[in-house]
Design a protein around this ligand. Structure first.
Ligand code: ZN
Length: 127
């Protein structure tokens, strides 16, 4: 290493300059590990960007609510968080559907679709 005072080249193990006698810094010449740590942190923080795909909470899709009620009566109500109405529709369909040869089912299905759409849109109130 070189003497910080006079610039004379000294032996690496020397503590004092052989030319001027000044103290030669004997700090270990290991490279700082900051760069590698930062690189690893940047790599890990960049990866979970694709996890935020879920829709914002509270945002209901009227179209999806309608389709769900079309598949199963009351499902659109459950999707909207309208549990009591959904259970009433589903229960009414199961109980009255067979008794009315499907007429009640048709009525509940139409009601469920229109209601699910309206509730999701905010024009119809939940129970
Ligand atoms: Zn020196």
């Amino acid at each position: 290493m070189f003497c910080p005072a006079c610039g004379t080249k000294n032996d690496d193990s020397a503590r004092f300059c052989h030319s001027c006698g000044a103290g030669v810094a004997t700090e270990p010449a290991t490279p700082p590990p900051m760069q590698t740590v930062r690189g690893a942190a940047a790599a890990t923080s960049a990866s979970p960007a694709g996890t935020a795909i879920a829709a914002a909470p509270g945002e209901k899709s009227p179209g999806l609510a309608l389709v769900l009620s079309l598949l199963i009566v009351g499902l659109g109500q459950f999707y909207n968080g309208d549990w009591k109405k959904g259970l009433a529709m589903l229960g009414g369909t199961i109980i009255l559907g067979p008794l009315t040869a499907g007429v009640a089912w048709l009525g509940f299905a139409i009601w469920s679709m229109i209601d699910a759409y309206g509730v999701a849109k905010g024009t119809t109130k939940r129970w």
